[in-house]
Design a protein around this ligand. Structure first.
Ligand SMILES: [Zn+2]
Length: 489
């Protein structure tokens, strides 16, 4: 079987296939690292013991695992791998250093999604050199005009690179990167590669100093203009980027829809960049909310380039599925400036739905922890904008309008915090969450001393289990949850 260019994407893509037969054909292999939950035997007290235990069960353990006593030993081990990394039969981007004693894992805890007890010690990023043929401009979902390096294609670490990020004009000036330069390219992980700087010794004198305003100068209009829509270009005070000020700019619309369907947002699978482009071109959607009307356009989807009946049905299915997304997700998906995943979570805990949030005054918004005037103003501006109101109305009509009850008293589960980990069989996590909230309980993401129950589904997260064990939190299975919710089945 030929090798995939990017192993991480290939593995993730294989596991995410809707058809398990395709996954089965991919010939994936795995090393086991973590034990989430054990029944009928105590959990190992060290990480090393866990790995040894896996071995006795017949799982594959990475032969390169090593237990060391001092940080110096860990450093030396890392050094030895920076030299031998190419001898591995797979790609590796670093060494993970972990605390061995399991109790420390709980005590050290996590920062967001990053555990403090396991730290990736990355290998130096992979570099290469090539010629920067031209500097293009891409228009982002916020309208930002981003310079992009169009390169003579070059393979770095098994990936062919044709485009690299240049960030902004000031940054390019500082690095003195010119069109036609030979440049160093750096790739680190899956992110878009960077242009590190020019190779001055290769300059011929024909290189061109880049000016964004010259690049986007529109002769017909006699002024700089958005290269996609011809709209006015502005540079807000104190910012390094220029922006296309036309909210209806097709590049911005495309970017906003791409963001809406992305994983951290509505997580709608099967809709990629190309497909969105086609939908816009055919006039089948004008904004992200229009995706929810696609279920009535099945035949048209089938006719769109390369989309068969099955694929069209899958797309419609995943769009419909996204309707049950919770408030933080929908809020994030709207792409309000300065409101990312974390802020969306904070806001969602304080408002019952989007209408409630949209009606909030600046003062009310600023009572939410870590919401300052900048974010508050941005939220208010978003809800005032006519185009956005139309999108919200469409979402509401489509039933994409999550509501959450704020803390109530006098209900059977009042004051009880639940944390759910793993997949539940009889209902979706969102449905479970809704039911718990209806009964007055709350559902949190992390196990704390306030957690009343940790509900364990299939494939539970190891961090939550370890933490619950350390705190003595009551762990219940799905059946018990159903009993608590009065939904025995
Ligand atoms: Zn534009």
């Amino acid at each position: 079987m030929p090798l995939f260019a990017n192993p991480r994407n290939a593995a993730a893509g294989s596991v995410r296939q809707l058809d398990p037969r395709i996954t089965a054909k991919r010939n994936l292999d795995i090393y086991i690292y973590m034990l989430g939950y054990a029944e009928g035997r105590p959990m190992p007290t060290t990480h090393w013991e866990t790995l040894e235990y896996f071995k006795t069960l017949g799982f594959r353990i990475n032969p390169a695992n090593k237990r060391v006593k001092q940080i110096e030993e860990a450093e030396a081990y890392y050094q030895s791998w920076t030299e031998k990394r190419d001898s591995l039969p797979y790609e590796a981007d670093g060494v993970v250093v972990k605390a061995d004693v399991m109790e420390y894992h709980t005590r050290l805890g996590d920062v967001g999604r990053e555990p403090r007890w396991a730290i990736a010690y990355k290998f130096p990023a992979i570099q290469g050199t090539t010629q920067l043929k031209e500097i293009g401009i891409s228009v982002g979902r916020t309208g930002s005009l981003n310079p992009v390096a169009l390169l003579e294609p070059i393979a770095i670490g098994g990936v062919t690179i044709e485009r690299a990020a240049l960030h902004n004009e000031d940054d390019m000036r500082r690095k003195d990167i010119r069109e036609g330069d030979w440049v160093y390219i750096q790739r680190a992980g899956d992110v878009i590669p960077d242009v590190v700087g020019p190779i001055l010794s290769k300059r011929t004198g024909n290189e061109k100093v880049f000016s964004l305003l010259d690049k986007i100068y529109n002769k017909e209009k006699g002024r700089p203009a958005c290269p996609v829509c011809g709209g006015q270009v502005v540079r807000p005070e104190g910012e390094v980027m220029y922006y296309c000020s036309n909210a209806a700019c097709p590049a911005q619309v495309q970017g906003r829809i791409e963001f809406f369907v992305s994983r951290g947002a509505m997580d709608i699978r099967g809709i990629g960049e190309k497909f969105i482009e086609l939908l816009l071109k055919e006039g089948m959607v004008k904004d992200a909310a229009d995706l929810y009307s696609l279920k009535d356009k099945r035949d048209q989807i089938v006719q769109l380039e390369k989309k068969g009946e099955k694929s069209a049905d899958n797309i419609i299915k995943s769009i419909e599925k996204s309707k049950s997304a919770n408030l933080p997700r929908v809020l994030n998906a709207l792409g309000i400036r300065h409101v990312g995943e974390e802020t969306a979570n904070l806001l969602a805990g304080n408002f019952t739905d989007l209408e409630d949030l949209g009606n909030a005054s600046r003062e009310k918004l600023m009572t939410v922890p870590s919401i300052g005037p900048k974010i508050a103003d941005s939220i208010i501006a978003f809800f005032r904008e006519e185009e956005n109101r139309k999108i919200l109305e469409k979402l509401r009509t489509a039933g994409v309008w999550p509501r959450q009850e704020l803390a109530q008293t006098g209900l059977p589960l009042s004051g009880q915090e639940f944390v759910i980990t793993g997949t539940l069989k009889s209902f979706s996590r969102d449905a479970a969450q809704t039911r718990i909230k209806e009964l007055g309980g709350t559902v949190k993401d992390n196990v704390t001393k306030n957690t009343r129950y940790l509900v364990i589904g299939e494939d539970p997260g190891e961090n939550k289990l370890v933490r619950a064990r350390a705190l003595g939190t009551e762990q219940i299975n799905e059946e018990k949850l159903l009993a608590i919710l009065g939904q025995k089945n």
